[in-house]
Design a protein around this ligand. Structure first.
Ligand SMILES: [Zn+2]
Length: 255
């Protein structure tokens, strides 16, 4: 019953055993995976994986860390990738002020993010948003695109912003970081968050949950995140897995 809504299986970390791992995931309970691209090359690699594995879907987009040499006319190629029957979102897109420091680069990343939010609306696809140390500008751009729906992946904002996003119909998704002992905001947000707005993800190969923190992550570890949510919400792990599977199918339009 596992839906991993965000895993980067084209990453180098899987070069040695990618096919063996991806072939083994269904027997470990993995029912669906979305693999988001970060630029043209990785969006195309994600498409190739989706063509190879029935349970794997993909998203296409430019990540804010991958904008060097990028030009806005390349969004036409993202638009073309989005026409693929297994492309279920524009992503991952967003802002990252942890890695992107120069003011002109930040300004360009806002321009690219805005253009991709508009593209998601044009194509009637959800957006997968990456927000690192850029909460205010991310929220402002989401507000400026009221016709776009989406998910904040690996949500790290405040409960106040979470409420604004939920009111606008957006989803929040969480990685293995909710299982870390020093998780600060996530427990309060998860206790409050309506169950139908929650999705789970690995962000593989990163963000492995406890007790695997620091090692390579894959979609079979999602039940550890579900267990943390279940404890916070007074549910069973199975109830959380079932709800997040349904939420992901509804959100990405997978029947
Ligand atoms: Zn990611």
């Amino acid at each position: 019953m596992i839906f991993d809504t965000h895993a980067h299986y084209y990453d180098d970390a899987f070069d040695t055993d990618r096919d063996a791992l991806l072939s083994s995931l269904p027997e470990k309970g993995v029912e669906l995976v979305v693999c988001p691209g970060c630029d043209l090359a990785s969006s195309r690699q994600s498409q190739a994986l989706a063509e190879r594995y029935a349970y794997l879907y993909f998203a296409a987009g430019f990540h804010p860390e991958n904008l060097e040499g990028m030009t806005l006319d390349q969004l036409d190629q993202i638009r073309a990738l989005c026409a693929h029957p297994k492309c279920v979102a524009v992503g991952e897109i967003g802002l990252d002020y942890y890695w992107v420091k120069a003011p002109e680069e930040r300004a360009f990343s806002r321009e690219v993010f805005a253009a991709q939010l508009a593209l998601a609306q044009e194509l009637d696809l959800p957006a997968i948003v990456h927000d690192r140390d850029a909460h205010k500008d991310c929220m402002d751009l989401v507000r400026a695109h009221p016709g776009t729906r989406g998910v904040f992946h690996c949500y790290s904002g405040s409960i106040e912003d979470a409420k604004v996003l939920v009111d606008r119909g957006w989803m929040l998704s969480f990685t293995g970081n909710i299982t870390f002992k020093n998780a600060r905001r996530a427990p309060e947000i998860l206790r409050w968050l309506p169950l139908d707005r929650l999705m789970l993800e690995t962000d593989a190969p990163y963000m492995a949950p406890e007790p695997y923190r620091g090692s390579r992550c894959d979609s079979s570890l999602i039940p550890l995140m579900a267990q943390t949510v279940a404890q916070l919400k007074g549910l069973t792990t199975e109830e959380v897995l079932a709800a997040t599977l349904e939420n992901g199918k509804r959100f990405f339009g997978i029947s």
